[in-house]
Design a protein around this ligand. Sequence first.
Ligand code: T68
Length: 830
Amino acid sequence: HSDLPASGRAPGPAVPLALAPIRSVADWRDAILAKLVYALGRDQRTASDRDWFEALALALRDRVVAHALDSDDLTRVAGHKRVYYLSLEFLVGRLLVDTLTNLDMTGLTRAALGELGADFERVRAAEPDAALGNGGLGRLAACFMESAASLAIPTCGYGIRYENGLFRQEIRNGVQVELPEDWLAAGNPWEIRRPERDCDIGFGGHVEQVGDDDGATRCVWHPAELVRAVAHDTPVIGWRARHANRLRLWSARAVAPLRLDAFNAGDYLGAVADDVRARSVSRVLYPSDTTPAGQELRLRQEYFFSAASLHDILRRHLAEGYDLSRLPDMAAIQLNDTHPAIAIAEMMRLLVDRHGTAWNEAWRITCGCFSYTNHTLLPEALETWPVALMERLLPRHMQIIYRLNADHLEAARAKGAASDSLQASLSMIDETQGRRVRMGTLAFVGSHRVNGVSALHTGLMRETVFHDLHVLHPDRITNVTNGITFRRWLFEANPRLTGLLVDVLGDAVLDDPSVLAGLRGLAGDPGLRARLIACRRANKVALSNLVGEQLGIGLDPDALFDVHVKRLHEYKRQLLNILEAVSLWQAIRARPAAGWVPRVKIFAGKAAASYAQARLIIRLINDVASVINNDPVTSDLLKVVFLPNFNVSLAEIIIPAADLSEQISTAGMEASGTGNMKFALNGALTIGTLDGANIEIRDHVGADNIFIFGLTAAEVAVRRLDGWHPECSIVASPALAGAIEAIGRGTFSPGEDTRFAPIVDELRRTDRFLVTADFDSYAEAQRRVAALWRDRDAWWRAAVLNTAGMGPFSSDRAIGEYAEKIWHVTGLER
Ligand code: T68
């Protein structure tokens, strides 16, 4: 390409061929049909729902790609700063309706598919969920990608293109069974392969010292092994197609995938062994926070995608003609938790070893670019890596970390943090349990801003795990409360409510979440209430139909739908909820005619495969369900449902059908929660502890419109310090004692009364999550729920006030705060 100009680009527009304009249903129908026939080679007369989905996605992708090229070009020409969001997880779900919504093509598409003899709902259901995440952290990344595009903030998400995302959950005889999920089996029409962006990532080997500049040793790392990072782009279109960004996911393969000599000699397995080994890096998504993941492979994943992404960022910066010293002006790199924290050492390596930047200048550039989001304070979830493993896998990075740590500890000493205990607590190396690298400390020290995800969580970061680092750098920690994209979680998931909101508040509500506050004046309006009730009922009927089809359980859509859906974890206390269900069942049996509010308790969520206690809680919920649902005395008043395989698409059906949202974590343990926001936005009332973003939700919807119960984070801390004895709470609460007794006696496990012994023992002996301490307070809050439910006017007034108060929880607000306080970037003006 020697004839190209210095910029590396031929002259002319980014999108030289405008796509044929879609002026009518017929135009769009023909565009979809052309994809079916010419891109997929399918016969219209025999095309399946999946075929139509693919044809439609390809036709849409053309439009989105045109926006992405155009947005990219504008960004470059304007010399605008870019954001890079590094995340090991992007829990995207389906993209079809998101794309249609943001392009405003849903109505057109329904009609076009209709003319082609295809059914929109079935085509939509043919798309597999991209489940490249475990839970909240991954879904937050997906919401943020959508909001960044909607705000026209030039952003590239970087992650791993896992061959197998989060496992598919089946429930067999009450037990969770994990099956591999294969979202890519039939291909992925949204993505575009970008071979020119591939790069090779090293592991292992040795380090050669080649020079000594400015007191910094320059080295050359000779890796023992290379893995090729293969780039795939998914364009992400923003609301009203204002702007489009990319999600660039890396998959791994061998640099030389086939050893032909071995193959010809008949060693077919040996011939591809390198490739199999390399591909394992992007093979599976690791399970959540607290399970000891297959250590080495996990670290390889983290370095693999961090290094490939940094390579790409520096390549772009240099190709656009900028000096490396200007990197902090042009690139904001956000670390979504510590999983990509090794990128800080990699940046130093690239700058110092590869580009000859002086050490201190390299550090200024690095800290100027990076910032880090913390998502948990649970000690078992704070990442550390054995020094020995790091030295073997990433020898040069380990040297760099030692040098950074020495500088950091020296600076701390100069500021007075000189005692042995302070130095030990501040160090990047934890010497207390074998020598391990603390990734949180590396991320903190290498970032100009470190944020928590709710006000409470950020406060606790300052007071607890990051206390000493915070004293050293008092301006570094900041809060950005999480948010959710209203496009997916209101407009797409709940079109009925959205239509009503547009009728009542006008179109402005679609563009400005603060318009929702206008509902406050209508909270007592009987007309609005009647329409809201009709929306909710229709959503509940839809969910009831799904439950009927999947589980054969008939639900009464007029019962109170009490919903607890999220990852299964002891701190999230699904156990507290099911204990209360058992106790309620016992109370109804004792007095069946006492005027009970009919209730359906709905659960869904996955447990990490290796998390025995969480799996057992799933079994308990299912076993309790089969006893309660078959009890003729209570069956009109209480049902318990566990919906298998919770994922983004299922959440989109469940949440708009909820009356009550369970957000009942042990206070101080749920960093923020985002499900809490999705429910309240859709008008469910929350029963919850003063934890994470629940506190801010209470502040915005009003304390009268939320059911708060239980110990506060400060009270939990005191209980733990004092030594906590659950027997006292159990003895003091006959209802609780009765429920535990029934479980321990085998009421829900006939013939096997020890089945739930680990749960009963935990409750009676240690109760680490203070379930027994909060039980009575929770049960009392549930009675307040029932009382309000009986007062229909008061309930619906509170529901309206919930939706009305949720404007601030839009991820557009959150991304706006990141842009202003952390990234120092604005939206691109057209
Ligand atoms: C969640 N964290 C928080 N972690 O629990 C939740 N961790 O309160 C918060 O709202 C959300 O992040 C977004 O900030 C997670 O989801 C993980 O999934 C995870 C996965 C691997 C390793 C560690």
